[in-house]
Design a protein around this ligand. Structure first.
Ligand SMILES: [Ca+2]
Ligand SMILES: [Ca+2]
Length: 285
């Protein structure tokens, strides 16, 4: 009687770990990442450059900026770093710019300076943002961020990863005006892979049936971060695979039909875990 059924105990332990791993992910189901400029191809290179290419990666980064006083000056292309798409579902993509516009002299006629960022996915134009400053008197906007602008026509991570921009300066003020651009960023919003929603529904069902038990369990799960949950999930998969190998090679004996049943459940969850880990589960609930 004191002889422990190692397979059964390990199986139950692993199932609990698996559940905690998946259910805690439910607590953090949406997020975003900032993507910075990672290159300048110089297909057109008409803005003056200060500092190191690609100039626009960071704001206030020690004078790595582009400046223009020449109307229609065109810089093509600035590219952005790619996003890792594993276990994520695309939500939206926004863009913003850190800039400074200046009119240096008073004028009888209204003068303007403007910068337009033309946004392309590959070779296809999809959207643009423009900042401008105008008046008859000299003046300066100072350094400003635009608000985040949701980019139309970007509908997937593939679109995000192939996104590139042209930066074009326009003015009617000859040389008595200029624009500086220091930084342009993308913000990509996403939710955790659809497979997590399956877990969410599963979790909510359990809540209905076993409210008190699951609520207490959930409180504990909330203390586990998404990264920790993934780590635990990976640990579980490793242990599960190890257990199967031990069983196959006779290190652990399967003693009765119940433990075999638990064993098959583990196989099932390992299957789900691998699918989720590969980002290939697409179950709409
Ligand atoms: Ca890219
Ligand atoms: Ca910069």
């Amino acid at each position: 009687m004191l002889k422990l059924n190692i397979t059964l105990i390990t199986s139950i332990l692993l199932l609990l770990l698996m559940f905690s791993s998946f259910a805690s992910v439910y607590a953090e189901s949406s997020a975003y990442e900032i993507l910075i400029v990672d290159g300048f191809t110089a297909d057109s290179d008409e803005w003056d450059k200060v500092g190191d290419s690609p100039y626009l990666s960071y704001a206030n980064d020690g004078d790595h900026i582009v400046i223009s006083q020449v109307s229609s000056a065109n810089d093509t292309w600035y590219t952005f770093e790619n996003i890792d798409t594993l276990s994520k579902v695309f939500d939206n993509c926004s863009i913003r710019m850190y800039y400074d516009l200046s009119l240096m002299y008073d004028s009888t006629a209204t003068q303007y300076v403007a910068v337009t960022v033309y946004i392309y996915v590959g070779n296809n134009y999809v959207d643009s943002i423009t900042v401008s400053f105008q008046g008859t008197q000299s003046g300066d906007t100072g350094w400003l961020w635009t608000s985040w602008h949701t980019v139309a026509g970007v509908n997937s991570f593939d679109d995000v990863n192939n996104l590139r921009i042209q930066v074009i300066y326009e003015t009617n003020a000859s040389s008595s005006a200029y624009a500086c651009v220091d930084c342009i960023q993308l913000r990509v919003g996403y939710t955790i892979s659809k497979s997590w929603h399956l877990v969410e529904t599963w979790h909510l069902t359990l809540q209905t049936k076993q409210a008190h038990l699951v609520e207490s369990w959930h409180t504990i799960l909330d203390l586990i971060s998404f990264q920790q949950a993934l780590l635990i999930g990976k640990g579980f998969l490793f242990l599960g695979i190890l257990l199967i190998c031990f069983s196959l090679f006779g290190v652990i004996k399967i003693h009765n039909s119940f433990s075999i049943f638990i064993f098959w459940i583990i196989l099932f969850f390992i299957g789900i875990g691998l699918l989720i880990a590969s980002g290939n589960v697409g179950v709409n609930i």
